[in-house]
Design a protein around this ligand. Structure first.
Ligand SMILES: NC(=O)C1=CN([C@@H]2O[C@H](COP(=O)(O)OP(=O)(O)OC[C@H]3O[C@@H](n4cnc5c(N)ncnc54)[C@H](OP(=O)(O)O)[C@@H]3O)[C@@H](O)[C@H]2O)C=CC1
Ligand SMILES: O=C1O[C@H](COP(=O)(O)O)[C@@H](O)[C@H](O)[C@H]1O
Length: 606
């Protein structure tokens, strides 16, 4: 195994040749070697971080300002700074102390791993996301040996449950890796023994103080590192953050908070949310999650671009005709209509997931793989984007459809959705990046629910070959003969490049073929769920895949005006049947820019 980037904990390349072929060889690593790799890279990175942090006084302290008096050593030695409105003096002093403690304490230089603990508290543990994603991801991390020795998981919600009830609830969703399955039941039992439940209100400091007491019992006087995952509706984020911060922060280690989307519904509400969060947390404590950033192929985008000579030189307006970012679901908003109606597909998918992918796709080479360097480049892309014009947006909403004797509901059939709702369940948009690299290249986004298929893809259509000697042999449809790179994010992950090739034989006829890196054929390891990667990053303090507040501001600045216009003008969506390909308007929009949408998943086996 050859290490390529020693500055990042999980970036290592297999020394095996990774080819565009359907080779069945695999580069699986055992859980213990994975853990060792992580330790090696993480410890060196953390040590580097510690030096940078002390030098620049940049990394913020992890003890909430309002409660530092009640906590251990670091807090006791530093008095609050009066008249320092954002407490910078205090933050800087605490930063030095705690980041050194944190860095020395976590790897190598610390006394012992036995002396630090990590607790993950899932706030909203009784909810859908917690059951579906968070607990299973935590178990997967445990199963892979990625969680620290002393870890505890707490579920927190208003529902009355015992520890046993929580364990029973969680156990129903746990699965072991298909490719391993070693000691599966034993590992599940061990994991469940580390899970506890505390019932409380989200706005009760007393209830969080009681949680704090229980956490302290588990921590047993060791360094306490606490991660809160806010898996609750957004209207109660601030209450929960306030109470967790004031009553249940770590006294001598770090306290971090993962915040689920939606981060507001426009520029103003997002800024207000950030402002409120920052009353209790520093930016470094806030981990805004966009789970698409944790998806394997999204994570691989930068590797594809920056570690392969053949792609980066082509990654410009000179060679790329258009880029398509496509998301489709073959089911409606069933069960989530209440949430969805207040947001719509543009806020639900485009402003975050697709825009994040676009930023990673289009950014310049970052100075390094460090979180801030990558996020700086993403912000630059977002800030270079041209305001979106209303005429460059098409919206749709699904209507009822009967097929094969089955009637599928309309969006407005959901009881939690008003009958006259104009909320889009489908949208397509043309976006442009006004910088030297991308000037004039259309970035087309399309996202929809209740469509005929399910998937997410990035499609890169290249320009025509100038003066192509083989035009005569290609036929009349030159567009179809241009190269296309497809990054299939899900399902059935793949990266393939469509090329023109001579059909074997005595004649000279060309056809289109695929150089195909099909993950299922190439790698035998199961692809981790996005939430596993992101939870582990949050535990390790790696912020690269989380959204910084200026990124969020830039994303909202781009979409807020057009969202307002759509709503103020009460633009009527184009209705499309449940299970169809969506509104035809999306095709007219693409045609305006001489683009033909790639057909999601259609050429899978071509
Ligand atoms: N579910 C999903 O697939 C996704 C969810 N998200 C986001 O994750 C977060 C959690 O989502 P999800 O699990 O679906 O949410 P839920 O609606 O299931 O809520 C989670 C828990 O919060 C408590 N709760 C719900 N409504 C209220 C309320 N009005 N007041 C106080 N407490 C309430 C309930 O716990 P109790 O009553 O026990 O206190 C509930 O079990 C949300 O911010 C959502 O937008 C993001 C992406 C996907
Ligand atoms: O954030 C969201 O994502 C899901 C789709 O996520 P995926 O990982 O299953 O592709 C989407 O269904 C939901 O509406 C949205 O809030």
């Amino acid at each position: 195994m050859a290490t390529l980037y020693s500055t990042h904990s999980r970036l290592h390349l297999s020394s095996q040749t990774s080819s565009f072929s359907s080779s069945s060889s695999s580069s699986s690593s055992s859980s213990s070697s994975l853990f060792l790799q992580r330790l090696t890279f993480s410890s060196s990175k953390r040590f580097l971080d510690a030096k940078v942090s002390l030098k620049s006084q940049h990394d913020s302290h992890q003890i909430p300002l309002k409660t530092h008096q009640q906590h251990g050593v670091a807090a006791a030695s530093v008095a609050p700074v009066e008249n320092d409105t954002d407490n910078k003096g205090l933050k800087d002093k605490l930063s030095s102390v705690t980041s050194l403690k944190e860095s020395l304490g976590e790897f190598g230089f610390k006394k012992d791993e036995n002396e630090s603990t990590v607790s993950v508290t899932v706030v909203g543990a009784s909810g859908d996301l917690a059951k579906k994603k968070i607990f299973p991801a935590l178990f997967a991390l445990y199963y892979e040996g990625c969680l620290p020795k002393n870890f505890t998981i707490y579920g927190y919600a208003r529902s009355k449950m015992t520890d046993a009830d929580l364990r029973n609830m969680v156990s129903k969703t746990l699965t072991c890796r298909i490719d391993k399955r070693e000691n599966c039941n034993e590992k599940m039992d061990e994991f469940l023994k580390r899970c506890f439940y505390h019932s409380g209100q989200y706005d009760s400091q007393e209830n969080f103080a009681a949680l704090d007491k229980k956490l302290k019992e588990h921590e047993g006087g060791r360094i306490s590192n606490r991660l809160y995952y806010l898996s609750i509706p957004p209207n109660i984020f601030i209450d929960a953050v306030k109470c967790a911060s004031l009553s249940a922060s770590s006294g001598n280690g770090w306290t971090r908070v993962i915040v689920e989307k939606p981060f507001g519904r426009d520029s103003e509400s997002s800024a207000a949310l950030t402002k409120s969060l920052k009353q209790y947390l520093t930016e470094d404590q806030i981990f805004r999650i966009d789970h698409y950033l944790g998806k394997e192929l999204v994570e691989n985008l930068s590797v594809l671009r920056f570690s392969n000579l053949i792609f980066e030189p082509l990654w410009t307006r000179q060679y790329i005709r258009n880029v398509q970012l496509i998301f489709a679901e073959d089911f409606g908003t069933e069960g989530r209509g209440g949430y969805f109606d207040n947001y719509g597909i543009i806020r639900d998918i485009m402003q975050n997931h697709l825009l994040q992918i676009l930023a990673l796709f289009a950014m310049e080479t970052p100075v390094s793989l460090d979180a801030e360097d990558i996020r700086n480049e993403k912000v630059k892309v977002l800030r270079s984007m041209r305001p979106i014009r209303l005429e460059d947006v098409v919206i749709g909403q699904y209507k009822s459809h009967t097929r094969g004797g089955v009637t599928y509901p309309a969006y407005t059939d959901d009881k939690t959705v008003p009958n006259d709702s104009l909320t889009p369940t489908f949208a397509a948009a043309a976006l442009f990046i006004d910088n030297a690299r991308w000037d004039g290249v259309p970035f087309l986004m399309k996202a929809g629910k209740a469509l005929h298929n399910k998937g997410a893809e990035i499609r890169v259509q290249f320009r025509h070959v100038p003066g192509n000697l083989y035009n005569r042999n290609i036929g009349t449809d030159l567009d179809r003969a241009t190269n296309e790179l497809v990054i299939r994010v899900q399902p059935d992950e793949a990266i393939y490049l469509k090329i023109n090739n001579k059909v074997p034989g005595l004649g000279m006829r060309l056809d289109r073929s695929k150089l195909n890196l099909h993950y299922a054929a190439r790698y035998s390891t199961e692809i981790p769920d996005a939430y596993e990667r992101l939870l582990l990053d949050a535990i390790e303090g790696e912020r690269r895949l989380f959204i910084r507040s200026d990124e969020l501001d830039a994303a909202w600045s781009l979409f807020t005006p057009v969202l307002k216009e759509l709503e103020e003008k009460r633009i009527i969506p184009e209705y499309y049947p449940y299970g169809s390909r969506g509104p035809v308007g999306a095709h007219y929009l693409a045609a305006r820019y001489n683009v033909r949408w790639g057909d999601l998943g259609v050429d899978i086996d071509q």
